[in-house]
Design a protein around this ligand. Sequence first.
Ligand SMILES: Cc1ncc(COP(=O)(O)O)c(C=O)c1O
Length: 393
Amino acid sequence: MFASRTNWRLNPNRFTQALEEHRRSGKPLWDLTVSNPTACGLAYPDQEIVAALADRRAIEYRPESKGILEAREGVSDYYRGRMGFSGSGERVDPERILLTSGTSEGYSHIFRLLCEAGDEVLVPAPSYPLFEFLGDLADLRLVPYPLLYDHGWQIDFASLRAALTPRSRAVLVVHPNNPTGSFVKRREAAELAEICAARDMAIVADEVFLDYAAGPEPAQTFAFHDAALTFTLSGLSKISLLPQMKLAWMAVSGPQALVQTAVERLEIIADTYLSPSTPVQLALPKFLELRHGLQAQLLRRISTNIAVLDGVLRESKLLTRLEREGGWYAVLRVPATGPDEDLAVALLERCSVLVHPGHFFNFSQDGFLVLSLITPELQFREGVRQLRKFFGG
Ligand SMILES: Cc1ncc(COP(=O)(O)O)c(C=O)c1O
């Protein structure tokens, strides 16, 4: 009766079962996986948000397939003055920006634009677990390419090149990556463009965490990348910490003829759905303006939590933290005494601490746990203390 692409394992895994049981038991929970910014105690400017949604122009329905021009101009402003990999940022023309109801929808449109059923898209490992489902839904084969860790992460280009086949259509990068927090380096971006341009492949760059750089330097964006056809994705969910608004965008760049065809075709895909709602599109410029105050709060939270974590790790001989350059997560290297999932379940059952096992993110080995650095400070401090106690040493 049902298409094989939806033939997923539907029963909860052991980790989810353990979590459900723990919640039912009413025991305390030190949740170090909090990733919903609206549920982590930030001070949102409620009135300004609500006022932005109350625009009377939203009473009238005037569909625009790429999204309302004013909103696309707001996105173009977001990129103004930023540095691209290939030099200082010229303007992103709003005509090559399209709005979607989330980054996932953007991925889906791009995959439908580029790939026949069974085509391949290269994705980093470790990375964001949702790709697997997005790939299934678009009838794609996702081919992992490894990121290697050696005092910082880098793309393993030898493996990436070895994974290319005549069916490869695109290379996906997450910049900075979730959960490793690593940015694509300038020379890596150039090498990717060279590979893609030579094989008629595209770059898909997920920049939802772009503004959360750990260092003082602002990150470089792919939005001005022009050596290969490039789709740069981002959205309000992380940039303005408003995931409930369901508004994201893609900026298309690259050789002009390819950009033009890609945009024309994407416009038809977008017009078929017309998903983003009018009130949210009209509010987008205001929401982008509000990002500064919200991001500042979150960056403070992240640096407080990192300092707490590093303080606790200094007392431990067994636990270390991998270097990160940005994003919302920290990756811990822990003794690999068994599968990460067993470890995460034991942490929950014995210490009431919730962390994500590395294998959720496709780490190639055991011995990695992922913590969210946007967790409220008190909860983070206690959770990390419990974690250290669990491992002893
Ligand atoms: C790398 C990455 N891309 C995209 C998203 C989701 O973005 P959106 O809410 O716009 O679909 C997430 C959410 O955590 C993410 O980690």
